[in-house]
Write a protein that binds this ligand. Structure first.
Ligand code: NAP
Length: 339
């Protein structure tokens, strides 16, 4: 009843207005409607629970493998997957740190078995045969390709030390490919598995002055989507985790905020949203599950052009570089004074 006068007014307006105005209004309403629907889809997605970890063998003796498991995001994956009922296989560079985290897991979750495996993923000749021999007997339910290396500070490509360039490709790309190749046959034969690849917003928007890191994460994104599609129907899920800032040594951010979670909060949100797209609305095999990151991706995907965002990132990284160089100069001056 209340809406009747409004309906009449709208009908009168539609009858009186020229056809082109009406057509433009309809196109505008459709465009706006698609944005509203997409935003609503993201909110609904973030509110719904993901695929339960039981589907991948939690509490049934399955193992979760975490690369780069001794610090930051990887450490929390190891702890929380153990808490969820997986045995945990920890692969990182430093044996002493691996043993420390294994002991922490055993103290917190006595029923979780642990295995540690020291491997330097930056080494192109790393012993992947030994890693395969350790993994083959295990019922692997989850693989988290987490290990990653970024720049010390934003740097022009031509100034990036060759070794850093090689390490980033070896750690961020080749390690993920090689470890995944080891576990897929077992996962497919058991008809269950979850492969989580830790990606970055540096691939959502290409990142000047972090070009190699950005490109390596773009590789992970494209590869994850292709692999996820290849494995459709096998029971193995592949997901690229689109990650914005998280407190860690790599990000050099020490204080958390709504948009920058601690690894604990970030990993909790990932593990409770498996199979949920979140901010990556309508993008198969990509997930932006953290509520502070999802709207950022949504805005990047829906507003402004690629060149706008590329320029935005260029200015941002030039600024970070300037500040990093100034800090280094201050520290050098302090060191000279102290001598
Ligand atoms: N933090 C962020 O803001 C952010 C944002 C987007 C994406 N990401 C991604 O998230 C992932 C984890 O990052 P993070 O911030 O948690 O890093 P982090 O705190 O620096 O931890 C890195 C982990 O990787 C291990 N590691 C490093 N180099 C290694 C090597 N050559 N071989 C074997 N293990 C190695 C380290 O252990 P050892 O030192 O004992 O070897 C440590 O366990 C990375 O892929 C990163 O690109 C992070």
């Amino acid at each position: 009843m209340v809406l009747a006068p409004l309906r009449h007014q709208a009908l009168d307006w539609a009858t009186d207005c020229p056809l082109t105005t009406l057509a433009l209004a309809l196109v505008g309403a459709g465009w706006l409607g698609s944005y509203v629907l997409s935003f609503a889809r993201m909110l609904v997605d973030l509110a719904r629970p993901g695929i339960p970890l039981k589907r991948f063998g939690a509490k049934k003796g399955a193992w979760a493998i975490v690369t780069g498991a001794t610090a930051g995001i990887g450490r929390d994956f190891a702890l929380q997957l153990a808490g969820a009922g997986f045995n945990v296989f920890l692969a990182s560079r430093t044996t002493s740190k691996l043993e420390e985290i294994a002991q922490e897991i055993t103290a917190k979750y006595p029923s979780a078995k642990t295995q540690v495996h020291a491997i330097d993923f930056s080494d192109p000749k790393a012993d992947y045969a030994a890693l395969k021999a350790a993994l083959d007997p295990l019922d692997v339910g989850v693989l988290v390709n987490n290990v990653g290396k970024s720049y010390d500070e934003p740097t022009f490509f031509q100034d990036l030390p060759d070794q850093d360039m090689i390490d980033i490709v070896e750690i961020n790309i080749n390690a993920a490919l090689k470890v995944t190749k080891i576990v897929i046959p077992g996962m497919v034969s058991r008809k269950r598995g979850l492969i989580l690849n830790v990606g970055s917003f540096a691939s959502l928007i290409p990142s000047p002055l972090l070009a190699v890191y950005s490109g390596s994460k773009a590789f992970l994104s494209t590869w994850s989507q292709s692999l996820g599609s290849e494995l459709k129907g096998t029971g193995v899920e592949v997901e690229l985790l689109n990650t914005y800032f998280v407190v860690s040594k790599l990000s050099k951010i020490r204080r958390s905020s709504w948009m920058i979670p601690t690894p604990k909060t970030y990993v909790r949100s990932v593990l409770s949203h498996i199979g949920v797209r979140g901010g990556a609305v309508g993008q198969p095999h990509i997930s932006t599950p953290y509520h502070g990151h999802a709207p950022v991706q949504w805005v990047v995907d829906h507003f402004f052009s690629n060149s706008f965002w590329l320029n935005y990132n260029r200015k941002l990284h030039l600024d970070i570089r300037r500040r990093a160089l100034r800090k280094r100069e201050r520290e050098a001056a302090k060191a000279v004074k102290a001598e």
